[in-house]
Design a protein around this ligand. Structure first.
Ligand code: GTP
Length: 330
């Protein structure tokens, strides 16, 4: 996600919602964060939920000022997974600041999902997180017992009970809104997790275009691959004058399921018109070559055939302009 997005106000502008509105009655959509101590299985579960569908536009609707990790699309719901830095018991001022940052994120989401591994005893770190999210105001708190495949049925049952007790102890007996066991690696209950989380999202039209899955990592790598290809042979002339940003990565509609195609739109920025001429080359020959060089690796990375659409723009003296630097993600 660009810095521009990070700076945008968290809001649910009706206009944005309507742009993607689907006439599905009772559609639910909202923001959700996974919390849990390191290694609790948050990333693995996120990936299992989002699936290996493809990347997306990194700058579509600015509905959140937080980084989006992924979007889960259901027939009648959309879950937007919002990234948080790890939540730790603070030992330093930095730790405290980070926790404040997490608190801001958690205050904005519609529900919080707390991941606790099935195969490790509940510890002070878990208790700290539980207390922290309890203080986030009245919102659904869903406990997810991860890595269920690693323990016996009996041990899983015992862990579910322990997690329930933890919930009750931090909420004056009220307990978690839901408790669900899951194994992201064995594919056990992953759909159930999505369904349950969706039930706790507000009724709302989709927040993002259907089929989009955000993945900042992919966008970063794609832009880097294009930049590398564009620099080939002109490294000495314009090494630092080149920047590339991914505008969007969207699945082409109407393609057969077994032969998807991604439209990847990338802008290459240069500082001067003379540089633009170099990059484009005679009759566009160099730009074509850049595309042909970068595309195979992009296809490998995104796991799909790609139609690469490159544009070259002059952004005068972008290296010296903080606003432009922000825009380009520096
Ligand atoms: N057996 C099994 N292993 C899992 C499962 N989910 C995650 N793991 C493993 O647990 C380890 C930690 O998982 P992550 O998803 O990276 O945990 P995380 O909470 O994102 O960790 P941080 O990024 O450190 O906060 C990895 O080695 C995963 O492969 C699961 O359902 N079953």
């Amino acid at each position: 996600m660009s810095n521009e997005n990070r700076g945008a106000a968290p809001h649910r502008a009706e206009a944005e919602r309507e742009e993607f509105a689907e006439p599905v009655e009772g559609f639910r959509a909202g923001f959700l964060s996974f919390v849990g101590r390191p290694n609790a299985g948050k990333s693995t579960l996120t990936n299992a939920l989002v699936g290996d569908k493809v990347a997306i536009t990194s700058n579509k609707p600015q509905t959140t000022r937080h980084a989006i990790r992924g979007i889960v699309h259901g027939s009648d719901f959309q879950l937007v997974l919002v990234d948080t830095p790890g939540l730790h018991r603070p030992r330093t001022l930095l730790g405290k600041r980070l926790n404040e940052l997490v608190a801001q994120t958690l205050a904005d989401v519609d529900a919080i999902a707390f991941c606790i591994p099935a195969d490790e005893p509940i510890g002070p770190g878990d208790r700290f997180i539980a207390q922290h999210i309890r203080d986030m105001g009245r919102k659904p708190l869903i406990a997810i017992v991860t890595k269920a495949d690693r323990v016996s049925r009996q041990a899983l049952g015992e862990q579910l009970l322990a997690v329930q007790k933890l919930g009750e102890s931090v909420t004056d007996g009220e307990g978690w809104t839901e408790i669900i066991p899951v194994s992201a690696t064995a594919g056990f209950q992953v759909d159930e997790v999505a369904r349950v989380l969706a039930q706790h999202m507000p009724v709302s039209p989709p927040l993002y275009p259907l089929g989009s899955v955000t993945d900042d990592e992919d966008a970063k790598i794609v832009s880097e691959l294009v930049r590398e290809a564009a620099l080939e042979g002109v490294r000495d002339e314009l090494p630092h004058s080149l920047a590339a940003t991914v505008e969007e990565i969207l699945p082409r509609e109407g393609r057969p399921a077994d032969r998807p195609l991604l439209d990847v739109r990338v802008t290459v920025y240069v500082e001067r018109p003379s540089q633009k001429a170099i990059i484009i080359g005679k009759g566009g020959s160099r730009l074509k070559h850049i595309g042909a060089t970068a595309r195979p690796e992009i296809e490998r990375r995104l796991g799909s055939q790609v139609h690469l659409d490159l544009h070259v723009k002059v952004l005068k003296d972008w290296q010296r302009d903080p606003k432009q630097l922000n825009r380009l993600g520096f």
